[in-house]
Ligand binder design. Sequence first.
Ligand code: RB5
Length: 146
Amino acid sequence: MKIGFAGDHAGFLLAAPIKDFLERRDIEMVNYGTFGPDSVDYPDFAHRLGEAIDKGEVEIAIAACGTGNGMAMCLNKHAAVRAGVAWNREIAKLCKEHNDANVLVLSQRFVSVEENLACVREWLDAEFVGGRHARRVAKIPYVPQK
Ligand code: RB5
């Protein structure tokens, strides 16, 4: 399995610890940037990652920015993406169990590296519970009503 990663200048520092964490599980991480502290626009990197998921280059992904919100807003415009923001491990677990999130979006500015890694672990290890949650997830794509 390959996991994609993308972050802006306020998220890219999480790439290295997450890559290490995934390597210990024999999971390859593909980094779509950004790669340094120069100020960039988060949509450029979120859409790069979203396209990679749409094309099947990576199965699932992790994204990071200052809060997580900007990356999630962009990623959720992609057909194959269901991105959830998690600021703690409990929410990370629930965004897989209840929302079947295939992209975990993290906050580098407001959450410690330790908690962010715990978020990654809980999200990876959790399983979608299905049932009533499957019905709700199926209703997420917007279908205009008459
Ligand atoms: C960048 O300053 C910041 O706005 C961005 O990383 C993110 O938090 C936006 O949602």
